[in-house]
Design a protein around this ligand. Sequence first.
Ligand code: HEC
Ligand code: HEC
Ligand code: HEC
Length: 437
Amino acid sequence: MKKSKIIAGVAAIAAAVAAGMLWMNGDTSADDVASHTVLTSQPPGAADADAVARGRAYVAIASDCTACHTMPESKLSLAGGYSISTPFGGIYASNITPDSETGIGSWTERDFFRAVRHGKGKQGEHLYPAMPYNAYVKLTDQDMHDLWMYIRSVKPIHYHVPETNLGFPYNIRLAMMGWNLLFFKNEGFKADPTKSAAWNRGAYLVEGPEHCAACHTAKNLLGGDTDAYLQGSNLSEWHAPDITPNPHTGIGRWTEQQLVDYLKLGSNHVAVASGPMAEAVTNSTQHLTDTDLRAIAAYLKEVPASDVQRPQPEAADSAQMKMGENVYAANCTACHNYDGKGIPNLAASLAGNSGLLADDASSIITTVLQGGRGAVTAGNPTSGAMPSFAWKLSDEQVAAVSTYLRNSWGNAAKPVKADEVAGKRAVLKLPPQMAAH
Ligand code: HEC
Ligand code: HEC
Ligand code: HEC
């Protein structure tokens, strides 16, 4: 099964390389900078102070360049070296400080536009789409210019990023030409005149700088976006949930204010952002203006809803549900309560929490095994923490308590199997459950 999948992937990428070769002559993608935009290779001067400030305080934060271009825990801001894991292997993010030898100090503004919006390196080589240029292609010239001015103003850091070395055939950068042909929509943001200004601003932020689809839209075998826009995607340890207005698995039961709260505080009436979303909230969305957060909420409420239906809940008296109820009563009620409602803005409510009801239970299993910490934000600085249960609960018990919380208090979702839990333990590199008890 696994082998045939890999072979299919290789065949597909070979086809993509071939398509790329054919496409080569017609590859004119790079240069569509609006003619009124003045591109410069001068470092920012006094006259550029506003652009630098806007680039730093808004564009770079909204697009969260730091998330990938700064190693976690490192003080080497934007110096790269962080390995982004993909199904094809780890890809190192580049040093984008203005160091002329190891960073992008010798680049022109046009080189920068090409890299960020079109995925082309300085020599015209193809960047891997782990750099989300398929979202950043929507950035306006103004935002790009401010971003460039800011990036030019940061401290140059001399740091050689290790070379990315993927296995064949993914090491062939030219293959990305085929990838682009298949999956890269080389189009700037187009406002929809039939929609409100707020909707358009929300669409711009979500599709462009904030690149929400990078995590929330499911990918195909080659890592391209499927058509299931924002309908949820697996990120290995985590599941980025459906954020369309589906009333069961999506944000259909959330008000716009509840969406704003989540993106600003990291939590709301039910959900607490943890894992990769906690990082997105802490580093990026909490810093957006309230007007922009409301625009995002207004836009999300109008995205076409996924068509997932609420399944029949598991019978409360099945053997797995009974085991889950016991595990829950002994280990979880202190924080999440018997009614599953948790502690508002601290311990997530498990009742009515749509983010926990996808078929994919990765986030639940990961949280129970390794514990977690909610997003820390200016508006909610004392986020709650959940202890790890990997040492205490067996795979059967974790599966049972996950199934129980997904099918109690009005929730309904596919039961979780013990081998899914074993798989997560392996990915998370956690020891198997220790002594029997
Ligand atoms: C999700 C992770 C991610 C985010 C977010 C991200 N990048 Fe990248 N970026 C990468 C990776 C990975 C590479 C290296 C790609 C490769 O080797 O093909 C890269 C490469 C680049 C390069 C090319 C550098 C070179 O030497 O060729 C530039 C410039 C760049 N990024 C700028 C930015 C800017 C500006 C932002 C914010 C607007 C940003 N990136 C956000 C992952 C990211
Ligand atoms: C780096 C990956 C990543 C990015 C980028 C990202 N998300 Fe998320 N998002 C996640 C994950 C993972 C979760 C689940 C978090 C959890 O279980 O606590 C999540 C949860 C959410 C939820 C809660 C849904 C629910 O039902 O509980 C909302 C709303 C959301 N994201 C909106 C957004 C928006 C809007 C953006 C862009 C501004 C965005 N996300 C960008 C990974 C991401
Ligand atoms: C000491 C308090 C505490 C205990 C005990 C506890 N939790 Fe939590 N739980 C939290 C907090 C705080 C959060 C929010 C932060 C986070 O998501 O990591 C949370 C979040 C969760 C989430 C939401 C994860 C997501 O992706 O949104 C699930 C599921 C969960 N807990 C299940 C359980 C289960 C099952 C147990 C018992 C085996 C349990 N918790 C025991 C405090 C606790």
